[in-house]
Design a protein around this ligand. Structure first.
Ligand SMILES: [Zn+2]
Ligand SMILES: [Zn+2]
Length: 237
């Protein structure tokens, strides 16, 4: 059963997305480590061979999004695309944890940063390194573009399709924690808070209508527009 629309694949706390392209598929992110079997199971359910994945786009190199990279890349032979600002850390296998943006996540982030020095992953040298603010994905069989949307991390990218579907990594997550506790889609961890707001503005300037986050269910871009207004008011006070 061929896929006609993006498929959300839940891999632990994080989402991966499989996008039908003109020739084969494009995978966005690879989820928590150790859960790649769930991704292969989803492919099997749709009778898609891993070899049909032509490209793996890494929205950013936090481990909950690249945990399955090695297994999926080995099974698919797909090329990997990452942003220049994070390609060296990806190649070196460096574990990067951004600072928290709320009192509780600042505490957790600080502890994580101290621990992260003791961890490494195998490292991967991305075949495609993105250097532009914006890049067409036409040559990869997608009607859409890649947008540089830093803030949560220095090399965060989003994929915005002409259809209005936007895959945003951790730029504006939609976890229960965000929805019911923080009441905003602002990321609980971010490298650069001002850059998050700038990237939100960039994203809101595209045809994006429905957002597919790296954590939590898809939601309407109107919610982000509302958050942006409220959060910027708060930041000014
Ligand atoms: Zn992240
Ligand atoms: Zn994440």
């Amino acid at each position: 059963m061929p896929l006609h629309s993006p498929l959300l694949i839940r891999l632990g706390s994080a989402n991966a997305y499989l996008l039908p392209a003109r020739d084969g598929y494009v995978l966005i992110d690879t989820g928590d480590p150790g859960l790649t079997f769930l991704l292969f199971r989803a492919l099997e359910r749709y009778q898609i061979s891993p070899r049909e994945i032509r490209l793996i786009i890494i929205t950013h190199i936090h481990y909950d999004h690249i945990g399955g990279l090695w297994a999926v890349q080995a099974a698919s032979g797909a090329k990997v695309m990452a942003h220049e600002a994070e390609a060296a850390d990806l190649a070196a296998g460096r574990v990067v944890i951004p600072p928290g943006t709320y009192p509780i996540t600042r505490l957790l982030g600080g502890a994580g940063q101290r621990l992260s020095r003791f961890f490494r992953f195998p490292g991967y040298r991305a075949e495609y390194i993105v250097r532009d603010e914006e890049q067409s994905l036409h040559e990869f069989g997608l009607d859409g573009r890649l947008l540089y949307t830093p803030g949560h991390s220095p090399g965060s990218m989003s994929v915005v399709l002409d259809s209005g579907a936007a895959f945003v990594g951790d730029l504006c997550p939609n976890t229960w924690y965000n929805r019911f506790f923080l009441r905003t889609h602002f990321p609980p961890y971010a490298d650069d808070v001002a850059a998050v707001f700038r990237s939100w503005a960039r994203l809101l300037n595209t045809p994006a209508r429905k957002l597919y986050p790296g954590h939590g269910p898809p939601y309407s871009v109107d919610a982000l527009r509302r958050d942006r207004m409220l959060d910027e008011q708060k930041a000014r006070r």
